[in-house]
Design a protein around this ligand. Structure first.
Ligand code: ZN
Length: 675
């Protein structure tokens, strides 16, 4: 064990040398940012290490990538019931419009199209507000009528006039489907959300339906409702299950086809069983099989290549039950994995030293398996906007009994960092040069370690009291859970243990992370909010909650001060150790809320600290931000994989990095559309 640690220490120390993880020339020659529109930048990611994989591993990645791309129609349809029709219409116009493509109207139209592609639908991927076009419905009509040689998705017997009349309000009327996911607890969360998980039902009906079928005494409950659309038909409530022969059947058949090919070239038996079980689940829609698959998957820690493919995360469901389809193909980054392995191996130490009530601690912090991966293909809800860390499976009893798998997508964070090296953002919102330099020096590493702690230990720490359901916090579950994982990370960032383990070089790195978190939570994440709106996204609510809470509680000791200079607001941390103690206190309370399922306390905390926006500060931040002329969101286009086939056998797979966002989207729309 000691030898392993020493090796890791060397590896980590080497990583502090600037740019060691990538050859220096890539920085100059690789074009990271390829497109920019509205509030979005489109980046590319590299796939370092792909060339070094074996031909069989490359073949496996190729098949899994095809399976990842075939779910694109599913996520569009899940996000809103008319999204597919709209996307097909937009694609057809881009391909077939014969008129002038140099006018401002056309430019605005293309911005709209790019935004719909980016969000997998007509609602903003982050705010979930409906995207309003900056061109008229008359212009839109002229585009449809002026397109040739392309087919529009007309219903049988529908005339083009009817078709246009049908689409206009859906796209242009701000009162039609204004919100993908409503979080407003004063209204009906189901009826007020455009997301396509429920049809013709009220929140009350949905809640009653599941209350009837959920077995509260089952120690190993299935994830009820995870893979279905709930609809009311002829007065009866029916679950339309996503499976071969069921809802989304044709797309799932394609996914299964490629998964079968992948199973045939699996790296080992365990991985083959994982893929075969997933196929079984896709064929039957049986959620017991999904649990069996999840257990096999979490136990597959040996394979270099890995993947996620399915109905996984529930963020898009206002009730937190139904999952969006997503996919990610990846392979292990062995060097960087050593860093998280150290954290993971010490899981018990962290659990023991966590500031939470001992009643809520896990006696045995087991099975936290963590690795740093290189993303090779993004699909569904992970594309083009992608997470940088993932921790699965989500079922609590599986996590408790079998552990969970945590991954950090380092080639993705690397692309983010590289693409914003010279951004004016830091100088604008950072109080002084000293803090800015510290963030530049440590920010990337500290950010990665924060993600590691959040994913590897944070989500997996603590336990629910017997009888408390993970759904107890309802619509506050996601922000509270994210806050819990973030607080765990923040509290331990500053612990001398991290330096002792060689994960961080010194306390300065932790300070850099605190600087970034406070700056973001109190101020800069407001750049992602429209004027007059409140905070809705779960991670943002979590960060706002944490920062506002510690800011308020630290007032007597002036832990964080608000400073104004030349009319510009800054938040400056005066006492890093006291701030750490406050993070610990809040972690203790958030864990209590989670463990006891204290819905009222969760509601009070989130609504008071995580939702509201200081209007005046918001105006100022938006104005400062606007002057920088930046885009707050980024996403990625995928590389392309081309098989080399000799005598009917795949002998190699070539990777290339296209740089045309429009082309990739049109290509996907043609090659991977079946619903
Ligand atoms: Zn998280």
């Amino acid at each position: 064990m000691k030898k392993f640690l020493a090796m890791v220490l060397l590896g980590i120390v080497a990583c502090y040398t600037a740019g060691c993880r990538k050859p220096a020339e890539t920085r100059q020659t690789f074009k990271w940012e390829i497109d920019r529109f509205a509030d979005i930048r489109i980046l590319r990611y590299q796939v370092p290490g792909f060339e070094q994989l074996t031909p069989r591993q490359k073949e496996l990645i190729y098949y899994l990538s095809e399976a990842a791309l075939w779910g694109r129609d599913i996520i569009f349809d899940q996000n809103y019931k008319h999204n597919l029709k709209i996307r097909k219409t937009l694609d057809a116009i881009v391909e077939g419009y014969q008129g002038d493509r140099t006018t401002p109207d056309w430019e605005n139209f293309m911005v709209y199209v790019k935004r719909v592609w980016f969000s997998n639908g007509i609602h903003h991927h982050y705010s979930t507000d409906k995207i309003m076009p900056e061109f008229s419905s008359e212009y839109f009509e002229s585009l449809i009528r002026g397109s040739q040689g392309v087919a529009f998705p007309l219903e049988e017997g529908q005339t083009i006039d009817d078709f246009i009349a049908f689409l206009k309000p859906i796209i242009f009327d701000p009162t039609v489907a204004p919100k993908k996911v409503s979080q407003d607890p004063s209204g009906d969360l189901v009826a007020n959300s455009a997301v396509n998980f429920y049809e013709g039902l009220t929140q009350k009906e949905v809640e009653e339906y599941y209350a009837r079928i959920i077995d509260k005494n089952d120690p190993t409950p299935i994830s009820y409702g995870l893979n279905s659309r709930l609809v009311k038909r002829d007065g009866k409530i029916v679950e339309e299950v996503y499976r071969v022969g069921g809802k989304y059947g044709p797309a799932i058949e394609k996914i299964v086809y490629w998964l079968e090919k992948a199973a045939a070239v699996a790296e080992n038996d365990q991985q083959r069983r994982v893929i075969e079980k997933l196929i079984e689940y896709y064929r039957t829609g049986d959620l017991r099989k999904f649990d069996e698959y999840s257990i096999l998957w979490v136990n597959d820690t040996e394979s270099a290549v890995d993947f996620i493919n399915g109905f996984i995360e529930v963020y898009n469901d206002p009730l937190g039950m139904k999952a969006s389809w997503e996919a990610l193909v990846n392979f292990k980054n062995p060097e960087a994995t050593k860093r998280v392995a150290v954290i993971s191996e010490n899981a018990q130490w962290f659990e023991d030293h966590s500031p939470i009530d001992p009643r809520f601690k896990r006696e045995k912090a087991t099975g936290v398996s963590a690795k740093v991966i290189t993303a090779a293909m993004l699909g569904g809800d992970c594309y083009p906007s992608t997470p940088i860390g993932i921790n699965l499976p989500n079922a609590n009893w599986i996590r408790r009994t079998h552990g969970s798998k945590s991954v950090t997508l380092e080639n993705i964070t690397y692309a983010y960092d590289q693409s914003s090296l010279d951004s004016p953002f830091g100088p604008e919102f950072t109080y002084n040069e000293e803090i800015l330099e510290r963030i530049k020096k440590y920010g990337s590493l500290a950010g990665n370690v924060h993600t590691d702690l959040h994913e590897v230990l944070g989500h997996g720490s603590g336990k629910l009291l017997p009888g408390v359901s993970s759904e107890a916090l309802k619509n506050y579950h996601s922000p509270v859970e994210e806050a819990r994982a973030d607080l765990f990370a923040l509290y331990f960032m500053m612990d001398p243990k991290l330096v002792e383990l060689g994960v961080l070089p010194d306390e300065e790195a932790a300070r850099a992370e605190y600087d970034v978190q406070i700056r973001n939570g109190l101020m800069t994440q407001l750049t992602r909010i429209q004027p007059g709106k409140t905070i809705e996204q779960a991670h943002m609510r979590a960060r706002a909650l944490i920062s506002h809470w510690v800011y308020e509680k630290g007032q007597p000791d002036n832990v964080i001060s608000k400073v104004t200079r030349d009319g510009k607001t800054f938040f400056v941390i005066n006492d890093y150790q006291k701030l750490r103690q406050l993070y610990g206190e809040l972690l203790r309370e958030i864990q209590r809320i989670t463990s006891e399922g204290d819905y009222e306390a969760a509601r009070a905390l989130v609504e008071k600290y995580g939702v509201q926006v200081d209007q005046e500060l918001h105006r100022e931040v938006l104005e400062r931000y606007r002057k920088l002329n930046l885009a707050p969101y980024a996403g990625f286009i995928n590389p392309e994989y081309t098989p080399v086939v000799v005598d009917g056998r795949m002998t190699d797979v070539k990777i290339s990095h296209p740089d045309d966002y429009v082309k990739q989207m049109l290509h996907y729309g043609k090659a991977y559309s079946i619903l």
